[in-house]
Design a binder for this molecule. Structure first.
Ligand code: SF4
Length: 740
């Protein structure tokens, strides 16, 4: 540290692990590490290290080292990449496209304590350090953050740690200062006194059904910023409510008061517009507002930057830089409305302006809907609308006609609105399903000459991350089958096959791992039955540093248990599940509570009851699954562990006799089949182990990897458990051999 004097320190998780651990360890050993790392040693370090351990777990804030930037890599990745789980291994795989093993602390300590294996622990941590650098490099975090800092005029660390309001304010004040304006600084009490917003954006209730005709999706380009520019809505242009505009007295305005002298009003005459909420704003020829000026500059600069990107295609570094700049500009323009209406957390909110913007947007969208529905030549009907978008059904139209009519509508609506309000053609859905507000799915075409549609879903389980991957896969495949083949019997067959695989224990466990976000212990009510909280309690009981971070997604599976046990008692960590062969995935729970409900929400719209499908499975099959009975070490604690397989271990047909009568009558064939099965099991196990050897780069007799994000781990453990079954099969061979 002294020789390199770095500006930036990084760690994958800097609160409980890496730097957080080092600081705590130093504290325990009574070494004042923080001042030594600081560039201003005499200044007191601002960090939660000084807080008690209990609060350390709850705090979301990061550590600080004065004079250096300390980056928490997982939080940065979380805001940049959409993943189910943000473990180091999963992030490495998705961002760097490399599989990395995960060893438990016990394994690492064990390695470290053996002279011949110590290098493995060191190599492992070196790999993690290198990967942290590679991750930040791949995401271009330092480059992008520096660019944003320059663009918004805020410090580097504030780009990562502060919210969007901070950025808007910085840009706004840059423009306001030369105009001789200063921002008001209302107190929290003044903010609390401000009235609540009264207008909400227009969201229509969709006509929930399956649409086989084209549905055109049109949306207003940056509607709120466009409205601010077009109607000159700003703190600096508002004249107050039009009802009492001719008065010399002060009136309530946002958190403060507003007084427009009569003499000024006389000068303005009729040069003002009135918003739908009754607020008057001067026109831009009298005074151009700070917000419209800022947004106009942002939107114009963005167009220029995008043009420069097109010109410099091929220059990767410049393209990345320009892309970062245009993204930053887009972000700022989209959050400016939020700055005016953040009545609780905002620094300078003004509910009147926020309401005016939303009301004008409502009016613009309503006018567009009215035009669409009252133009007979289009034969169009608006079936859904949300804030700035319209879904227009064109009954009986072809795809080409839909494109033509859609473009005509955008042209007419854009002409009706002041510049820069613009309606944009988004896509044509053919076919699609509108489920509820903000939940729909369809095959999208974005261009006339596009032949292959894009599967496009919003808000439904195929794109949500709070279910398990199996649900998303089954639902997506079923919807695609509905759109392409339109044959419900095929979908039913497919879904039942997947259910059967799960019941038989043949489905991949990885697909049934559910990951839910952990909100921190204090965020749950006392006695709350939440799986992520339950898992965190279990982790805390063994290691107080093992509690998941706030915002971390905690994985779990649901297993079978004694009848009557509450569901929360059936929740297990995936590693617990994998290491205990007596546990089985709770097929009934997954099918009835996870897989079928989302399917039913879609298919009930075409009159199909998918819940009834499960009941059509034979009862015997619904409870059948093989459990290795030969492992005497496993203490049977749940009813399911006492179940015998209802399938013959040799030919796999359903039977109540352990080995079916047919196999019993032909022992020689049975022995051959069993030996073949044993050979396949051993081969599968060796193959999986070989993959692990390649991954860790060394041939260890036992791979101790616990990377739950790697599908190979699930296969390795499955193969291992099947080998347990092998001893049972060998006994069968012995019995048959003695008979023959
Ligand atoms: S399970 Fe095997 S392949 Fe997967 S990460 Fe671990 S060592 Fe690598």
């Amino acid at each position: 540290m002294y020789s390199w004097d770095p500006d930036i320190l990084i760690g994958y998780e800097i609160q409980m692990l890496s730097w957080g651990y080092v600081f705590d360890r130093a504290k325990f050993l009574k070494i004042g590490l923080a001042p030594r790392l600081s560039r201003i040693p005499e200044q007191k370090i601002r960090s939660q290290i000084e807080l008690t351990d209990n609060s350390l777990a709850r705090y979301k804030t990061d550590l600080f080292v004065i004079g250096r930037i300390l980056l928490n890599v997982w939080r940065i990745v979380r805001s940049e990449v959409t993943l189910n789980i943000y473990t180091f291994e999963n992030v490495s795989y998705h961002v760097l496209h490399q599989r990395v093993p995960h060893y438990s602390f016990e394994t690492l300590t064990e390695y470290f304590n053996q002279d011949s294996h110590r290098w493995k622990t060191i190599e492992y941590y070196l790999m993690r350090c290198r990967s942290n650098f590679l991750l930040l490099n791949e995401l271009d975090t330092v480059g992008l953050t520096s660019e944003f800092a320059r663009l918004f005029g805020i410090p580097f660390y504030s780009v990562l740690s502060r919210g969007s309001q901070f950025r808007v304010e910085s840009m706004m004040l840059r423009i306001a200062k030369p105009m001789n304006y200063i921002a008001v600084s209302p107190s929290p009490d003044q903010r609390a006194m401000m009235r609540a917003p009264e207008v909400i954006s227009l969201i229509l209730e969709p006509e929930s059904r399956f649409y086989s005709d084209p549905v055109v999706v049109l949306d207003f380009q940056s509607l709120y910023p466009s409205i601010i520019i077009a109607y000159n809505y700003c703190f600096s242009t508002c004249l107050g409510n039009v009802k009492n505009i001719i008065t010399d007295e002060s009136r309530q305005f946002g958190c403060t008061t507003l007084r427009v002298p009569l003499a000024t009003m006389k000068k303005i005459k009729e040069d003002y517009t009135v918003s739908p909420t009754g607020l008057a704003f001067v026109k831009s020829n009298i005074r151009k507002g700070v917000l419209p000026r800022m947004l106009e500059e942002i939107l114009n600069t963005r167009v220029m930057v995008k043009g420069a990107m097109k010109k410099n295609k091929g220059d990767k570094a410049l393209e990345r830089l320009l892309n970062a700049r245009q993204l930053g500009l887009k972000l700022i323009s989209n959050v400016t409305y939020g700055y005016t209406s953040a009545n609780f957390s905002g620094r300078m909110p003004c509910v009147e302006i926020g309401d005016s913007i939303v009301a004008k947007a409502r009016e613009t969208l309503t006018r567009a809907i009215h035009l669409v529905e009252n133009t007979p030549e289009w034969k169009a009907k608006v079936v859904y609308g949300d804030t700035d978008s319209m879904f227009i059904l064109l009954e009986g139209a072809t795809k080409d006609e839909a494109f033509r009519i859609g473009r005509e509508i955008t042209k007419r609506v854009t002409e009706l609105n002041p510049v820069p309000v613009k309606l944009k053609f988004e896509k044509v859905y053919l076919p699609c399903v509108l489920q509820t507000k903000k939940r729909y799915v369809g095959f999208a075409y974005e261009k006339e000459d596009q032949f292959e549609p894009i599967y496009d879903a919003k808000g439904i389980e195929t794109v949500r991350r709070d279910g398990c991957p199996a649900v998303a896969k089954i639902l997506e495949k079923s919807i695609k089958m509905l759109f392409m083949q339109r044959d419900v019997s095929l979908i039913k067959k497919f879904v039942l096959r997947q259910c059967q695989k799960l019941i038989d224990g043949k489905a991949s466990t990885k697909d049934f791992v559910i990951a839910k976000e952990y909100r921190g212990r204090s965020s749950y009510k006392p006695g709350a039955c939440v799986p992520s909280l339950e898992i965190s309690k279990k982790l805390l009981a063994t290691d107080k540093r093992a509690e998941p971070r706030v915002g971390e997604r905690v994985p779990y599976v649901v297993v079978y248990g004694m009848p009557g046990l509450p569901l929360i008692r059936l929740v297990r960590r995936p590693i617990e599940f994998l290491s205990d062969p007596s546990l089985r995935l709770n097929a009934a729970y997954y099918i009835t509570k996870q897989i079928l409900p989302p399917l039913n929400r879609i298919f009930s719209l075409i009159g199909v009851d998918t819940n009834a499908w499960y009941n059509e499975l034979p009862r015997s099959l619904r409870s059948a699954a093989f459990v290795p009975q030969s492992n005497d070490l496993i203490q049977k604690a749940t009813i399911s562990q006492y179940f015998n397989s209802l399938r013959c271990p040799i030919c796999e047909i359903v039977t109540n006799h352990g080995i079916c009568c047919k196999c019993q009558s032909d022992p020689q064939k049975a022995i051959l089949l069993i030996q073949d099965r044993l050979r396949l099991m051993e081969r599968a196990h060796c193959k999986m182990k070989e993959l692990c050897y390649q991954c860790i780069g060394v041939r260890l007799c036992d791979v101790q990897c616990e990377s739950l994000d790697c599908p190979i781990l699930f296969k390795v453990l499955k193969a291992k458990h099947e080998l347990v079954q092998a001893s049972h099969l060998r006994k069968v061979i012995e019995v048959f051999s003695s008979r023959s």
